[in-house]
Design a protein around this ligand. Structure first.
Ligand code: UGA
Length: 432
């Protein structure tokens, strides 16, 4: 089958490479010439473990181009994997999706299935189909299928190669069959439904996970008040298969390009239909306040951070990605700087992206040791393995005042007993 993938971000590129790995010939289209040049040399433009290796293994079935017109002309299946960023009002910006839809309409010369992987509000794929049909340059059959993506950044390759399910939302048996055939070699369970249900599955899944995190964070905050330990509470809950043990890690809130955007988009949609989803609203509010949790905790030790040296470990929204979108560090570091602190930061891969926003305002360190050296307080925002490997004596030895505020519960609190380090994490007793 002649497959084209529009967009080479996390969703598009991983999809393209995985489809090539399953034996298809895939043309990946992107508007960015420099990115295309890189990919032609087998270099992944995004940091994603295992992606570049898989790309290189499948180069003979992969083509990268900016020439979308030629690519669409002979396409039998076009996947749309472009971004749907958040607009100021919280709704999803669909301009990239519609732009690609226009280009498809103007160029396809064969019957074609357009598979939308981008996360789009319920009903969008009806509009995409209408737009394409209204603008077709040739008399061909075209149908839009919703096929939402469930990969996570940092584990995108295994998530795609071993997905829990493949959701296909289509309005005709012909379209369902074609997309099912595309995924034949993936050997994953199919959920086949109509388009709107497929679109809803994506939002309901992401927002459920966001809600699960906000729920455990709220319980963690309550654990601090009543003297319970959130890790034990989550473990005790997680053994119940009806609850499950994943996404029960309390912390400084969820970030990334998906949960914040998708909770806000569903909330926006529910208000649009005058049926506000109260649980989603609560998840958003809890997360916004959770992101400030460590700054609030710091007030227990210092009235203000003015004149202090603050060590920050981790800038990205989670480990194994260089992505900073909606990362807690983006909310907290500006507050520290406003307060008048000197901020020293370490992150194994996120520094270059952070420098684009804050080139000179903070000191970027190459090592954790350099970051902690002579600091008055340490904030942990990302649970990188290098951070988890630290010992209480490392903080004690290097910091001027060993106060550690851990937003990711990287250590067992008891290991800090008698270490001379103040260890304050999320939902657990403070060890001093
Ligand atoms: C999320 C979903 O997990 C994917 O299934 C989905 O496909 C993707 O969004 C998307 O819509 O594209 P992602 O944002 O890459 O994936 O990352 P997650 O691993 O889900 O983490 C999101 C945030 O939640 C991170 O900031 C992480 O630290 C936080 N988190 C996660 C917690 O605070 N606690 C947890 O127990 C789990």
């Amino acid at each position: 089958m002649n497959i084209v993938v529009a967009g080479t971000g996390y969703v598009g590129l991983v999809t393209g490479v995985a489809l090539a790995n399953a034996g298809h010939c895939v043309t990946c289209v992107d508007v960015d010439q420099a990115k295309v040049e890189l990919m032609r040399q087998g270099v992944s433009p995004i940091y994603e473990p295992g992606l570049e290796e898989l790309m290189q293994e499948n180069m003979e079935r992969l083509t990268f181009t900016t020439d979308y017109a030629s690519a669409y002309r002979t396409a039998e299946v076009v996947f749309i994997g472009v971004g749907t960023p958040e607009k100021k009002d919280g709704s999803a910006n669909l301009s990239y999706v519609f732009q690609v839809a226009h280009q498809i309409a103007e160029n396809i010369e064969n019957d074609c299935i357009v598979v939308v992987k981008s996360t789009v509000p319920i009903g969008t794929n009806d509009k995409v189909e209408k737009l394409i049909k209204d603008n077709l340059a040739h008399d061909v059959w075209v149908e839009v299928v919703s096929n939402p993506e469930f990969l996570s950044q940092g584990t995108a390759v295994p998530d795609t190669l071993h997905a829990a399910r493949i959701v296909i939302g289509a309005e005709s048996d012909r379209a369902k069959e074609i997309v099912r055939n595309v995924y034949e070699n993936f050997h994953q369970p199919f959920v086949i439904t109509n388009r709107r249900s497929a679109e809803m599955i994506k939002y309901a899944s992401n927002d459920f996970l966001a809600l699960k995190i906000s729920y455990i964070n709220e319980i963690a905050n309550f654990c601090e008040i009543v003297g319970a330990n959130i890790e034990d509470v989550a473990k005790g809950m997680g053994y119940d298969p009806r609850i499950g043990n994943r996404f029960l890690h309390a912390g400084i809130g969820y970030g990334g390009s998906c949960f914040p955007k998708d909770t806000k988009a569903l909330h926006w949609m529910s208000n649009y239909y005058e049926r506000e989803l109260k649980t989603i609203k609560a998840a958003i509010e809890i997360n916004d306040s959770q992101k400030l949790k460590l700054i609030k905790k710091s007030k227990q030790y210092y009235d203000s951070l003015e004149g202090l040296t603050v060590a920050v470990l981790g800038l990205t929204f989670k480990p194994n990605t260089d992505d900073l979108r909606e990362a807690p560090s983006l909310v907290n570091i500006p507050i520290m700087l406003d307060d008048g602190a000197t901020v020293k930061a370490w992150d194994p891969v996120g520094v270059e992206n952070y420098k684009k926003k804050y080139p000179d305002e903070l000191q970027y360190c190459d090592t954790i040791e350099e970051t902690l050296k002579d600091a008055d307080i340490c904030f942990i925002f990302t649970e990188w393995q290098e951070v988890k490997d630290l010992k209480p004596e490392d903080f004690k030895r290097l910091m001027k005042k060993a106060i550690v505020l851990d937003g990711r519960n990287c250590y067992i609190p008891e290991t800090f007993s008698g270490s001379g380090v103040v260890y304050n994490s999320i939902g657990r007793t403070i060890v001093e």
